[in-house]
Ligand binder design. Structure first.
Ligand code: ZN
Length: 445
């Protein structure tokens, strides 16, 4: 097999839905993988992603995400990221910590600028200054500080997460993940729990970088009309400095659990009355990343059941004046996508009535069926979104790259999400409701 700059092509296929060709490669020497979605698009994008599975609540990967952008071997200036924002023609530049991955996406219409951005990001993730400068960890993670004669802890991520933990929804989602995924990395708070962040040492922090930011644990993505020769040569220049290892970062699916109800406290602003401030969250794991049709159906179902105040599940609760708001959301950026139903702001005494209403409404919908017109309307709106693929200021290529990661990161087919089609109607949707209402084994209510 011929290799281009160390990359051996393992698969190539046309994806008509995206008017593109998806190429898959491996960089044998370093163990890196690469997907290139070749499309006519001047807005080229690159994303370096790593499978970062939390093993505690210290937020180590969130602190790494901040820290690697604070200087690197070739770009030792303190904040290349900020400098880049000012001088580059980029159309997107960011870094994101997810519950199971960390992504460094960039996009630009200008070829020189694009290669320059790739170089800065590759240098940052593979050769950050964090190993020589412990002060980066202290600044971005945590450190002691004397404030008005009092010793306190501070740090960019620590302070950010203190803010996040003041939000009831954030706490509810964390509690939900602990309950639904008790044996999986998803039980941990990837952003970091302010209580746990100060237990992270500098040594553990740099060791996590060495293990998880290795090419063998990386998922590299290119999209658009890139210069293949130059881009691959640039990547090879970085990757070939590493020898392949086994990073041992497989994600194992969480077996179904029937979690018990649990109650957690959350802070209210000073002086705010406590009445009618209860919140309820019900979580349902709907399958795995491979169940593309179920996932599509779950999204349509969320819209049909709770898309507006007139949707049946919302209406049933709101009409009785039991709560202020009802939201049903679908988390699809993980190995086991799940639905989360949130009922906001009610009185403790109304909890039994709310639970009975949810159960009765779903049971009745199973027996009598969903409103077909509503299903058609929701399907049409999803199809329109899929066809238009209008993501506002977010470059399309980056959305495609995230869709590729939604199966590729778990060992699945990188092209799976790109070819989503309309689900076989009513049967799949009806079954979806029935499952949620009755036989669902993997849930917390
Ligand atoms: Zn952050």
């Amino acid at each position: 097999m011929t290799a281009l700059h160390g990359f051996e092509q393992t698969r190539q296929r046309r994806i008509d839905e995206l008017d593109a060709v998806l190429h898959e490669y491996t960089h044998a020497a370093s163990g890196a993988r690469l997907c290139w979605l070749e499309r006519e698009d001047e807005n080229k994008s690159f994303c370096a992603a790593f499978r970062t599975l939390p093993y505690d609540d210290t937020g180590v990967f969130h602190i790494l995400e901040h820290s690697v952008l604070c200087g690197s071997k070739q770009f030792p200036v303190k904040e290349p990221f900020v400098e880049l924002m000012k001088g580059s023609l980029n159309t997107f530049l960011n870094a994101l910590t997810f519950p199971d991955k960390t992504c460094y996406p960039v996009a630009s219409r200008n070829s020189r600028d694009f290669l320059n951005l790739m170089r800065v990001y590759l240098d940052a993730v593979f050769f950050p200054s964090i190993h020589e400068k412990p002060e980066i960890f202290q600044q971005e993670g945590w450190h002691y500080e004397l404030r008005g004669g009092v010793l306190t802890r501070s740090g960019v991520v620590l302070n950010e997460m203190k803010g996040a933990f003041a939000d009831a929804d954030e706490l509810l989602i964390n509690a939900m993940n602990r309950a639904l995924f008790p044996d999986s990395p998803y039980r941990f708070v990837s952003g970091g729990d302010p209580e746990a962040i100060p237990s992270l040492t500098y040594e553990a922090f740099t060791a996590a970088h060495k293990r998880f930011y290795h090419p063998a644990n990386s998922y590299l993505l290119l999209d658009g009309s890139i210069d293949q020769d130059e881009s691959f040569a640039l990547l090879d220049g970085y990757l070939s400095q590493f020898a392949a290892i086994d990073p041992d970062t497989q994600i194992h699916a969480q077996p179904p659990v029937r979690a018990e109800r649990r109650t957690i406290d959350y802070p209210l602003p000073a002086g705010e009355p406590m009445q009618q401030r209860w919140k309820l969250g019900c979580g349902y794991v709907i399958g795995t990343y491979q169940d593309a049709q179920t996932l599509f159906a779950a999204q349509v179902l969320s819209d049909v059941l709770c898309g507006s105040n007139h949707a049946p599940l919302c209406r049933a609760i709101l009409e009785q004046g039991l709560a202020e708001d009802v939201v049903l959301s679908c988390d699809e950026q993980c190995m086991q996508p799940n639905l989360l139903l949130r009922v906001q702001n009610f009185r403790e005494a109304d909890l039994p009535a709310i639970q009975a209403t949810i159960r009765d409404t779903l049971t009745a919908l199973c027996e009598n069926g969903l409103d077909r017109e509503q299903i058609e309307a929701s399907l049409a709106s999803f199809e329109f979104k899929l066809r238009e693929r209008d993501y506002g200021t977010m470059p399309r290529g980056l959305i495609f790259e995230l869709e590729i990661l939604a199966s590729w990161l778990y060992g699945g087919d990188p092209g799976q999400r790109a070819v989503w089609r309309r689900p076989r109607r009513p049967p799949v949707l009806q079954r979806g409701v029935r499952r949620s209402a009755r036989r669902h084994r993997h849930r917390i209510l």
